[in-house]
Design a protein around this ligand. Structure first.
Ligand code: G4P
Length: 523
């Protein structure tokens, strides 16, 4: 049994795709699902993409999606591996959930638009992934369009993100003149616009195309050879240990839209990406994923937007052991025992009851209010507590109050529950005690207001404080006189004081004025 469990765990590959909106995350996900045999036609995932809808339509989207679990985790078999792709909502859906999802994966794929290079949302998501020290694989997308020089794109990884990039393949031409990919890893050229069967041409021992291949005479191919010469001499050397430690990222070029280079990427990815690894639990204990006792942690809770169905789904990353239906688990936070009768695992097209979920997989538990984000659950006798999920620094802030002052009770109840769920962050004005909400994405405020009205019968009034830079201050150094309208002083849920600076300029001004005061940010 243990041997079976080890084998099952070792073939799991659980990852998320990080990118800036429009870099091609949906398109590449879709191609992967096609290779995984989960969907037959391109367009299936695309149709779900909420970013295409206006914000006001989101309710409708949730209604259509039901509780919208199917797009949160996509699972398929590929080359003997069980692949789990966790969705990281972008566009208007961007929220703390996106960040927390990155706590539940073993590696990440970073998709970059080769014409735009590294964009702001990629930087934010990269930081979170990089803190965890997990491997990151890069796909430079949209090669069928004119983009930036490949050497430039690789240098930018180091300059902007501070990670070594090492090319696994190299474009031959680009945009209209894209001819193929020189595949350094497999010593072959992958031709653009060729049938599946004959698109690969092997290179000779010197790394040259045979003369019979017309491309060998093309100046673009000669240019690629020169680039490769340069990359081999001056570029980073591939080092799997560095990749696994998140210090180096293998870079693959391609075009998701024309399905060029995606299969090569996926093949290499499943070979190199790590299986689930151990977690540090109970402070400093190493817990192997192959430990037979089931345990896991809740990284996301999704509420049903339909008030007639008040169930929620708690997403659990299994950290050790195997999940079985009807399992009794301990909820570490309360000591309570919960029977896990109603759970789902995820296929992209249908929800199925869990049959064989092991460490590395995600299960969705129907929840009537037992679970909170960050909760640890375990089935054995010994307590297992996973480390708390990191707190992320919100960027958008709103002052909020109950529209009807007579309804303070439901206002407080709703707010407490939604904050507990992790849907939004709550702060209080340091001097007036007014409520201030913080979020990573604008949509979170709309969801909050909608749910307050529909689930708690409490209409709210919100006044935007705009985008702010949140910085915590050591309480011993705090003097309330430091606060002004440009640096609003508030306290967080734990009572810790922080300033909400109007902008980076206001923060710099403050630092100049109080050079001895230490300001810190969360992730
Ligand atoms: P996202 O999930 O990262 O936000 O990006 P998505 O895949 O939706 O892609 C964003 C846009 O970029 C889409 O165009 C998509 O077709 C296009 N795209 C993705 N990969 C490639 C590629 O390799 N080459 C080219 N040329 N385009 C690519 P759109 O016009 O916004 O959507 P649609 O109207 O084409 O569906």
């Amino acid at each position: 049994m243990t041997k079976d469990l080890a084998a099952a765990v070792n073939r799991r590959r659980t990852f998320a795709i990080i990118s800036h909106p429009d870099a091609g995350k949906t398109t590449i996900t879709e191609q992967m699902l096609l290779f995984g045999g989960i969907i037959r036609n391109a367009g299936t995932v695309k149709a779900r993409k909420t970013g295409k809808y206006a914000t006001s339509d989101w309710m409708d989207i949730e209604k259509k999606r039901g509780i919208s679990v199917t797009s949160s985790v996509m699972q398929f078999e590929y080359q003997g591996k069980r692949v789990n792709i966790l969705d990281t909502p972008g566009h208007q859906d961007f929220s703390e959930d996106t960040y927390r999802t990155l706590m539940a994966v073993d590696s990440a794929v970073m998709v970059i638009d080769s014409a735009r290079g590294i964009e702001p949302q990629t930087i934010k998501l990269f930081k979170v992934v990089s803190q965890r020290g997990i491997p990151i694989f890069t796909f430079m997308n949209k090669l069928d369009r004119d983009g930036r020089d490949p050497l430039d794109l690789i240098a930018e990884l180091e300059d902007v993100l501070g990670i070594e990039g090492v090319a696994m393949n190299w474009p031959i031409g680009m945009g209209q003149s894209l001819k193929g990919l020189y595949d350094l890893q497999h010593n072959r050229v992958e031709l653009y616009h060729k049938n599946d069967q004959d698109r690969f041409v092997d290179l000779d021992a010197a790394g040259q195309l045979p003369e019979s291949e017309p491309l060998s005479q093309d100046p673009l191919y000669q240019k690629t050879l020169e680039d490769i010469e340069l990359v081999k001499e001056a570029g980073n050397q591939f080092d799997l240990q560095k990749v696994l430690a998140g210090k180096q990222t293998p870079v693959f070029f391609g075009s998701a839209l024309t399905n060029f280079g995606v299969e090569t990427f996926l093949d290499s990815f499943v070979k190199m990406a790590p299986a689930p690894s151990s977690h540090l639990v109970n402070g400093d204990q190493e817990l192997s994923p192959e430990d037979p006792e089931f345990s896991g942690f809740v990284f996301k809770i999704q509420a049903n937007m339909n008030p007639r169905h008040r169930d929620r789904i708690a997403f659990v990353r299994i950290g050790s052991g195997e999940f079985n239906k009807g399992l009794d688990v301990h909820l570490a936070r309360t000591g309570q025992i919960v029977r896990l009768n109603n759970a789902t695992e995820f296929m992209s097209s249908k929800r199925v009851q869990v049959s064989d979920a092991v460490a590395g997989d995600i299960v969705g538990l129907y929840d009537t209010g037992n679970f909170q984000i960050g909760d640890s659950i375990y089935a054995g006798k010994d307590e297992i507590v996973y480390p708390p999920l990191p707190q992320f620094t919100p960027e958008l802030f709103m002052q909020v109050s109950a529209k009807n002052v007579m309804k303070q009770k439901s206002f407080h109840k709703g707010m407490t529950q939604l904050v507990q769920e992790g849907a939004i962050q709550l702060y209080r004005n340091y001097s007036t005690n007014d409520y201030i909400l913080g979020a990573v994405g604008q949509l979170q405020f709309e969801v909050f207001s909608y749910r307050m009205k529909n689930e708690y019968n409490s209409e709210v009034e919100m006044q935007s404080l705009g985008s702010r830079v949140a910085r915590w201050i050591d309480p011993d150094q705090l003097d309330p006189k430091m606060a002004s309208s440009r640096n609003l002083l508030v306290k967080d849920q734990a009572g810790e004081p922080l300033f909400l600076f109007e902008n980076a300029f206001a923060e710099r001004w403050f630092k100049d004025k109080y050079p001895d005061v230490k300001l810190t940010s969360r992730l």
